[in-house]
Design a protein around this ligand. Structure first.
Ligand SMILES: [Ca+2]
Ligand SMILES: [Ca+2]
Ligand SMILES: [Ca+2]
Ligand SMILES: [Ca+2]
Length: 240
């Protein structure tokens, strides 16, 4: 290795090293969360799902509408005015007490589709970068149901799916111990997520997205840009 090659390699290594501290672990291939524990409030978002620890958006639906940064298909918001069966995330009525349903007036809004096999799809419609972490909470479905959660990437490609089941409690009265978080992380960007049941209807809540890796601080970008400029200059110098 001659001196110039060594210098170029050192510069490249220094550049990579300078960028690393601002970034968390990455997922070059999609990573699906195993929905094996109950989700009773946003405190039950799996550790490490979002780089900052919190989502960019968490839509509890309690304002009666899906956030404008999302479009939803397959079902609709089941408002608090609906006197029938509703099944929201437990904490949405202000207390983690084993239920969140029509027994709490004015609270416990969810998303429902009577056609669980069609399921519910949520597509990012915001102006910023695509989410790299995207999820929701399954709150109700048929007792013997298999639940399938899938995702679509930036180019419309399938990012795969996960199927789980055995947690439905056979009640549609707003019980919450069965409720499960389904999510996917992918550093290439996630355009949409879909969840479906093998039978019966489906109900979901706490639709949410964010970033799985930290966005570099402005200072880090300046350092990286400066490093790239130096590397380009050095390469030109080597050719000259
Ligand atoms: Ca509750
Ligand atoms: Ca809710
Ligand atoms: Ca439930
Ligand atoms: Ca249930």
């Amino acid at each position: 290795m001659n001196r110039n090659t060594f210098t170029a390699r050192w510069l490249a290594a220094a550049l990579v090293t300078s960028a690393v501290p601002a970034l968390a672990a990455t997922a070059a291939t999609p990573v699906f969360v195993n929905p094996n524990t109950a989700y009773l409030s946003s405190a039950d978002i799996p550790a490490g799902f979002y780089a900052s620890g919190t989502p960019t958006l968490l839509d509890t639906l309690e304002d009666g509408a899906l956030d404008a940064s999302l479009s939803g298909s397959g079902g609709s918001v089941l408002s608090a005015a609906f006197a029938g069966i509703r099944d929201s995330v437990d904490a949405d009525d202000g207390a983690i007490d084993g239920n969140c349903g029509p027994q709490t007036p004015g609270r416990c809004v969810s998303w429902f589709n009577g056609n669980g096999a069609q399921g519910a799809t949520f597509t990012f419609a915001g102006s910023g970068p695509l989410p790299t972490a995207f999820g929701l909470v399954w709150t109700d479905g048929g007792g013997g149901t298999a639940v399938t959660f899938s995702a679509i990437g930036a180019d419309g490609q399938s990012l795969g799916s996960i199927t789980a089941g055995g947690f439905a409690d056979g009640s549609n009265g707003g019980t919450t111990a069965e409720d499960r978080f389904f999510g996917v992380q992918f550093e290439g960007g996630i355009r949409a997520i879909t969840i479906s049941n093998s039978s019966g209807g489906i109900e979901v809540d706490h639709i949410q997205y964010g970033q799985m890796t930290a966005v570099p601080e402005p200072g880090s970008w300046a350092l990286m840009a400066g490093g790239l400029g130096l590397l380009a200059w050095r390469r030109r110098a080597l050719r000259g």
